[in-house]
Write a protein that binds this ligand. Sequence first.
Ligand code: GYE
Length: 349
Amino acid sequence: MKKLLSLVLVLSLAFSLAACSGAATPTTAATTAKTDTTVAATTTAKTEDTTAATTAGKKIVVGVVQTNANESDWRTANTKSFTEAFAAAGFEMKMVFGEGDHAKQISQAQQLIQEEVDYLVVLGLQSAGWEDVAKAAKEAGIPFIMADRKLDLSEDLYTAMVCSDFAAEGTKAVDWLKTQALKDYNIVVLGGDTGSSAQLGRSKAIEDGAKANSWKIVFNQNMKGWDETLAKQAVADLIASGTKFNVIYAENDNMARGACAAMDAAGITYGKTGDVKVIAFDANKWALQNVLDGKFNLDVECNPLHGPRIVELINKLAAGETVEKNAYVKEEMFDTATITQAIVDARQY
Ligand code: GYE
Protein backbone atom coordinates (compact mmCIF):
# COMPACT_ATOMS: atom_id res chain seq x y z
CA MET A 1 0.00 0.00 0.00
CA LYS A 2 2.78 2.53 1.12
CA LYS A 3 4.70 1.69 -2.18
CA LEU A 4 1.60 2.35 -4.42
CA LEU A 5 0.75 5.53 -2.50
CA SER A 6 4.23 6.97 -2.74
CA LEU A 7 4.40 6.00 -6.47
CA VAL A 8 1.17 7.97 -7.15
CA LEU A 9 2.51 10.88 -5.14
CA VAL A 10 5.92 10.86 -6.83
CA LEU A 11 4.25 10.94 -10.26
CA SER A 12 2.04 13.89 -9.22
CA LEU A 13 5.14 15.61 -7.77
CA ALA A 14 7.11 15.03 -11.00
CA PHE A 15 4.35 16.80 -12.93
CA SER A 16 4.22 19.73 -10.42
CA LEU A 17 8.08 19.95 -10.38
CA ALA A 18 8.16 20.45 -14.14
CA ALA A 19 6.44 23.77 -13.38
CA CYS A 20 8.91 24.69 -10.54
CA SER A 21 11.83 26.91 -11.69
CA GLY A 22 13.87 28.36 -8.64
CA ALA A 23 15.32 31.60 -10.17
CA ALA A 24 17.98 33.02 -7.74
CA THR A 25 18.38 36.83 -7.45
CA PRO A 26 21.74 38.34 -6.36
CA THR A 27 21.21 40.02 -3.05
CA THR A 28 17.55 40.01 -2.21
CA ALA A 29 17.14 39.38 1.45
CA ALA A 30 13.43 39.56 1.71
CA THR A 31 12.72 37.03 4.39
CA THR A 32 9.74 35.62 6.10
CA ALA A 33 11.75 33.96 8.82
CA LYS A 34 9.52 34.17 11.86
CA THR A 35 11.49 33.72 15.06
CA ASP A 36 9.31 31.80 17.45
CA THR A 37 11.92 30.49 19.81
CA THR A 38 9.51 29.73 22.57
CA VAL A 39 6.83 27.85 20.70
CA ALA A 40 6.55 24.72 22.80
CA ALA A 41 4.27 23.10 20.32
CA THR A 42 4.77 19.41 20.56
CA THR A 43 4.02 16.76 18.06
CA THR A 44 3.83 13.02 17.83
CA ALA A 45 4.26 11.33 14.51
CA LYS A 46 3.52 7.86 15.67
CA THR A 47 2.09 6.11 12.68
CA GLU A 48 1.67 2.42 12.37
CA ASP A 49 4.56 2.28 9.90
CA THR A 50 7.17 4.01 12.04
CA THR A 51 6.19 2.07 15.15
CA ALA A 52 6.51 -1.13 13.13
CA ALA A 53 9.97 -0.05 12.03
CA THR A 54 11.30 0.23 15.59
CA THR A 55 9.42 -2.56 17.29
CA ALA A 56 10.09 -5.04 14.57
CA GLY A 57 13.77 -4.50 15.24
CA LYS A 58 14.07 -3.34 11.67
CA LYS A 59 16.82 -0.73 11.31
CA ILE A 60 15.40 2.75 11.22
CA VAL A 61 16.17 4.14 7.76
CA VAL A 62 16.68 7.91 7.62
CA GLY A 63 16.86 9.83 4.37
CA VAL A 64 18.97 12.99 4.66
CA VAL A 65 18.77 15.58 1.90
CA GLN A 66 22.03 17.52 2.44
CA THR A 67 23.14 20.68 0.62
CA ASN A 68 26.66 20.31 -0.86
CA ALA A 69 29.36 17.85 0.13
CA ASN A 70 32.22 20.39 0.31
CA GLU A 71 30.34 23.65 0.82
CA SER A 72 32.33 24.82 3.82
CA ASP A 73 34.14 23.57 6.92
CA TRP A 74 30.81 24.00 8.71
CA ARG A 75 29.09 21.68 6.26
CA THR A 76 31.83 19.08 6.55
CA ALA A 77 31.40 19.09 10.35
CA ASN A 78 27.62 18.89 9.93
CA THR A 79 27.79 15.86 7.61
CA LYS A 80 30.28 14.16 9.94
CA SER A 81 27.95 14.78 12.90
CA PHE A 82 25.05 13.03 11.13
CA THR A 83 27.21 10.17 9.92
CA GLU A 84 28.72 9.44 13.34
CA ALA A 85 25.54 9.93 15.40
CA PHE A 86 23.36 7.83 13.07
CA ALA A 87 25.92 5.02 13.00
CA ALA A 88 26.13 5.06 16.80
CA ALA A 89 22.31 4.95 17.01
CA GLY A 90 22.13 2.01 14.60
CA PHE A 91 20.24 3.99 11.99
CA GLU A 92 20.72 3.34 8.28
CA MET A 93 21.48 6.70 6.73
CA LYS A 94 20.73 7.50 3.09
CA MET A 95 22.39 10.88 2.60
CA VAL A 96 22.17 12.68 -0.75
CA PHE A 97 23.73 15.99 -1.80
CA GLY A 98 21.98 18.65 -3.87
CA GLU A 99 25.26 20.15 -5.08
CA GLY A 100 23.85 23.64 -5.38
CA ASP A 101 20.79 22.53 -7.37
CA HIS A 102 17.43 23.10 -5.65
CA ALA A 103 15.49 21.01 -8.22
CA LYS A 104 17.96 18.18 -7.68
CA GLN A 105 17.25 18.24 -3.93
CA ILE A 106 13.51 18.08 -4.65
CA SER A 107 13.86 15.03 -6.88
CA GLN A 108 16.25 13.40 -4.41
CA ALA A 109 13.64 13.86 -1.65
CA GLN A 110 11.00 12.32 -3.91
CA GLN A 111 13.26 9.36 -4.52
CA LEU A 112 13.75 8.82 -0.78
CA ILE A 113 9.96 8.92 -0.29
CA GLN A 114 9.71 6.39 -3.10
CA GLU A 115 12.22 4.23 -1.27
CA GLU A 116 9.97 4.39 1.82
CA VAL A 117 12.52 5.76 4.28
CA ASP A 118 11.18 5.88 7.85
CA TYR A 119 12.16 9.52 8.37
CA LEU A 120 13.06 12.34 5.97
CA VAL A 121 15.51 15.01 7.14
CA VAL A 122 15.95 18.04 4.87
CA LEU A 123 18.67 20.72 4.88
CA GLY A 124 17.43 22.97 2.10
CA LEU A 125 19.62 24.85 -0.34
CA GLN A 126 16.64 27.15 -0.64
CA SER A 127 13.89 27.79 1.91
CA ALA A 128 11.14 28.05 -0.71
CA GLY A 129 9.55 25.34 -2.87
CA TRP A 130 9.21 22.38 -0.47
CA GLU A 131 5.42 22.17 -0.10
CA ASP A 132 4.86 19.31 -2.55
CA VAL A 133 7.60 17.18 -1.07
CA ALA A 134 6.31 17.79 2.46
CA LYS A 135 2.77 16.88 1.34
CA ALA A 136 4.03 13.67 -0.28
CA ALA A 137 5.96 12.69 2.83
CA LYS A 138 2.90 13.35 4.96
CA GLU A 139 0.71 11.28 2.65
CA ALA A 140 3.23 8.47 2.81
CA GLY A 141 3.33 8.66 6.62
CA ILE A 142 6.98 9.69 6.62
CA PRO A 143 7.84 12.28 9.30
CA PHE A 144 9.41 15.38 7.64
CA ILE A 145 12.14 16.96 9.76
CA MET A 146 13.95 20.25 9.00
CA ALA A 147 17.52 20.57 10.23
CA ASP A 148 19.93 23.54 10.13
CA ARG A 149 17.81 25.74 7.85
CA LYS A 150 14.12 26.47 8.41
CA LEU A 151 12.06 26.00 5.23
CA ASP A 152 8.98 27.99 4.21
CA LEU A 153 6.46 25.36 5.31
CA SER A 154 3.25 25.71 7.32
CA GLU A 155 3.29 23.79 10.62
CA ASP A 156 0.90 21.11 9.35
CA LEU A 157 3.42 20.11 6.69
CA TYR A 158 6.36 19.15 8.90
CA THR A 159 6.85 17.08 12.01
CA ALA A 160 9.61 19.00 13.78
CA MET A 161 12.65 21.19 13.19
CA VAL A 162 16.07 21.70 14.78
CA CYS A 163 17.47 24.84 13.20
CA SER A 164 19.58 27.91 13.77
CA ASP A 165 17.99 31.33 14.18
CA PHE A 166 19.82 33.19 11.42
CA ALA A 167 18.03 36.48 12.01
CA ALA A 168 19.18 36.38 15.63
CA GLU A 169 22.74 35.56 14.52
CA GLY A 170 22.74 38.57 12.21
CA THR A 171 21.30 40.81 14.91
CA LYS A 172 24.12 39.79 17.27
CA ALA A 173 26.65 40.96 14.68
CA VAL A 174 24.79 44.24 14.05
CA ASP A 175 24.56 44.98 17.78
CA TRP A 176 28.28 44.24 18.16
CA LEU A 177 29.08 46.50 15.19
CA LYS A 178 27.13 49.31 16.85
CA THR A 179 29.31 49.00 19.98
CA GLN A 180 32.41 49.61 17.84
CA ALA A 181 31.31 53.25 17.38
CA LEU A 182 33.23 53.65 14.12
CA LYS A 183 33.46 57.19 12.64
CA ASP A 184 32.11 55.80 9.35
CA TYR A 185 30.63 52.45 8.39
CA ASN A 186 31.42 51.27 4.85
CA ILE A 187 30.35 47.67 4.85
CA VAL A 188 31.14 44.82 2.46
CA VAL A 189 28.53 42.03 2.63
CA LEU A 190 29.68 38.62 1.40
CA GLY A 191 26.44 36.65 1.36
CA GLY A 192 25.88 32.90 1.28
CA ASP A 193 23.87 30.87 -1.22
CA THR A 194 20.97 33.00 -2.47
CA GLY A 195 17.63 31.95 -1.06
CA SER A 196 18.96 29.76 1.74
CA SER A 197 17.43 30.71 5.08
CA ALA A 198 20.98 31.21 6.42
CA GLN A 199 21.68 33.85 3.78
CA LEU A 200 18.23 35.40 3.98
CA GLY A 201 18.38 35.83 7.77
CA ARG A 202 21.95 37.09 8.03
CA SER A 203 21.63 39.43 5.03
CA LYS A 204 18.37 40.99 6.20
CA ALA A 205 19.88 41.70 9.60
CA ILE A 206 22.80 43.74 8.21
CA GLU A 207 20.62 45.46 5.60
CA ASP A 208 18.08 46.47 8.27
CA GLY A 209 20.90 47.41 10.65
CA ALA A 210 22.53 49.61 8.03
CA LYS A 211 19.23 51.36 7.28
CA ALA A 212 18.48 51.88 10.97
CA ASN A 213 21.97 53.26 11.73
CA SER A 214 22.64 55.13 8.47
CA TRP A 215 25.56 52.84 7.73
CA LYS A 216 26.70 52.44 4.11
CA ILE A 217 26.76 49.02 2.42
CA VAL A 218 29.31 49.54 -0.37
CA PHE A 219 29.07 45.97 -1.69
CA ASN A 220 26.46 43.23 -1.24
CA GLN A 221 26.88 40.04 -3.24
CA ASN A 222 26.00 36.39 -2.55
CA MET A 223 28.75 33.87 -3.21
CA LYS A 224 27.54 30.68 -4.86
CA GLY A 225 28.29 27.73 -2.58
CA TRP A 226 29.55 30.01 0.21
CA ASP A 227 32.81 29.84 -1.70
CA GLU A 228 36.06 31.11 -0.12
CA THR A 229 37.79 31.70 -3.45
CA LEU A 230 34.86 33.64 -4.87
CA ALA A 231 34.88 35.81 -1.74
CA LYS A 232 38.61 36.44 -2.10
CA GLN A 233 38.16 37.42 -5.76
CA ALA A 234 35.21 39.69 -4.98
CA VAL A 235 37.20 41.60 -2.34
CA ALA A 236 40.29 41.76 -4.58
CA ASP A 237 38.15 43.28 -7.35
CA LEU A 238 36.65 45.73 -4.88
CA ILE A 239 40.10 46.82 -3.73
CA ALA A 240 41.25 47.16 -7.35
CA SER A 241 38.19 49.33 -8.06
CA GLY A 242 39.31 51.71 -5.30
CA THR A 243 36.12 51.21 -3.27
CA LYS A 244 36.76 52.26 0.34
CA PHE A 245 35.50 49.89 3.08
CA ASN A 246 36.21 49.34 6.78
CA VAL A 247 33.90 46.40 7.62
CA ILE A 248 33.78 42.86 6.15
CA TYR A 249 30.48 41.10 6.98
CA ALA A 250 31.19 37.58 5.74
CA GLU A 251 28.30 35.16 6.19
CA ASN A 252 30.66 32.27 7.02
CA ASP A 253 34.22 31.65 8.23
CA ASN A 254 35.56 30.47 4.88
CA MET A 255 34.47 33.61 3.05
CA ALA A 256 35.95 35.76 5.86
CA ARG A 257 39.27 33.97 5.36
CA GLY A 258 39.03 34.63 1.62
CA ALA A 259 38.46 38.33 2.27
CA CYS A 260 41.51 38.45 4.59
CA ALA A 261 43.68 36.82 1.92
CA ALA A 262 42.66 39.54 -0.55
CA MET A 263 43.46 42.27 1.99
CA ASP A 264 46.82 40.64 2.78
CA ALA A 265 47.66 40.72 -0.93
CA ALA A 266 46.80 44.44 -1.05
CA GLY A 267 48.56 45.31 2.20
CA ILE A 268 45.31 46.37 3.87
CA THR A 269 45.32 45.86 7.64
CA TYR A 270 42.35 44.28 9.40
CA GLY A 271 41.27 42.66 12.67
CA LYS A 272 41.97 43.75 16.23
CA THR A 273 44.66 46.32 15.37
CA GLY A 274 43.83 46.84 11.68
CA ASP A 275 41.79 49.34 9.65
CA VAL A 276 39.06 46.87 8.64
CA LYS A 277 36.75 45.04 11.07
CA VAL A 278 36.19 41.39 10.09
CA ILE A 279 32.91 39.71 11.09
CA ALA A 280 32.35 35.98 10.39
CA PHE A 281 29.71 33.34 11.11
CA ASP A 282 30.04 29.64 12.06
CA ALA A 283 32.85 29.76 14.65
CA ASN A 284 34.89 26.79 13.49
CA LYS A 285 37.93 26.01 15.67
CA TRP A 286 40.44 27.49 13.18
CA ALA A 287 38.29 30.61 12.89
CA LEU A 288 38.18 31.10 16.64
CA GLN A 289 41.97 30.81 16.60
CA ASN A 290 41.83 33.72 14.12
CA VAL A 291 39.75 35.69 16.63
CA LEU A 292 42.28 34.86 19.35
CA ASP A 293 45.10 35.93 17.02
CA GLY A 294 43.23 39.19 16.32
CA LYS A 295 42.66 38.45 12.60
CA PHE A 296 38.85 38.17 12.92
CA ASN A 297 37.17 40.71 15.21
CA LEU A 298 33.93 38.77 15.77
CA ASP A 299 32.68 35.25 15.02
CA VAL A 300 29.01 34.44 15.54
CA GLU A 301 28.47 30.77 16.34
CA CYS A 302 26.30 28.57 14.16
CA ASN A 303 26.47 25.05 15.56
CA PRO A 304 26.65 22.21 12.99
CA LEU A 305 26.48 19.29 15.44
CA HIS A 306 22.91 18.28 14.55
CA GLY A 307 23.51 14.49 14.46
CA PRO A 308 22.82 13.73 18.16
CA ARG A 309 19.90 16.21 18.20
CA ILE A 310 18.18 14.47 15.29
CA VAL A 311 18.88 11.00 16.74
CA GLU A 312 17.22 12.06 20.00
CA LEU A 313 14.27 13.50 18.06
CA ILE A 314 13.78 10.36 15.94
CA ASN A 315 14.07 8.03 18.91
CA LYS A 316 11.38 10.01 20.71
CA LEU A 317 9.12 10.01 17.66
CA ALA A 318 9.66 6.28 17.15
CA ALA A 319 8.65 5.73 20.79
CA GLY A 320 5.52 7.82 20.26
CA GLU A 321 6.76 10.50 22.64
CA THR A 322 6.07 14.19 22.19
CA VAL A 323 8.85 16.39 20.87
CA GLU A 324 9.34 20.15 20.63
CA LYS A 325 8.07 21.16 17.19
CA ASN A 326 10.27 24.21 16.63
CA ALA A 327 13.64 23.91 18.34
CA TYR A 328 16.35 26.52 17.80
CA VAL A 329 19.96 25.67 18.65
CA LYS A 330 21.46 27.75 21.47
CA GLU A 331 24.36 29.74 19.99
CA GLU A 332 26.97 32.26 21.23
CA MET A 333 29.39 34.78 19.72
CA PHE A 334 33.08 35.35 20.29
CA ASP A 335 35.05 38.57 19.81
CA THR A 336 38.65 39.61 20.44
CA ALA A 337 37.69 40.82 23.92
CA THR A 338 36.00 37.58 25.06
CA ILE A 339 37.86 34.78 23.26
CA THR A 340 40.31 32.60 25.23
CA GLN A 341 42.65 29.72 24.34
CA ALA A 342 40.47 27.46 26.48
CA ILE A 343 37.42 28.27 24.32
CA VAL A 344 39.41 27.51 21.17
CA ASP A 345 40.82 24.26 22.61
CA ALA A 346 37.36 23.08 23.70
CA ARG A 347 35.89 23.54 20.19
CA GLN A 348 34.44 20.32 18.78
CA TYR A 349 34.42 21.48 15.15
O1 GYE B 1 26.93 29.13 7.83
C1 GYE B 1 27.81 27.84 6.07
C2 GYE B 1 27.27 26.56 5.49
O2 GYE B 1 23.50 26.47 6.78
C3 GYE B 1 24.31 27.49 8.68
O3 GYE B 1 25.89 26.71 5.50
C4 GYE B 1 24.65 26.78 7.46
C5 GYE B 1 25.58 27.53 6.59
C6 GYE B 1 26.90 27.90 7.24
O4 GYE B 1 27.84 26.24 4.33
O5 GYE B 1 29.15 27.80 6.38
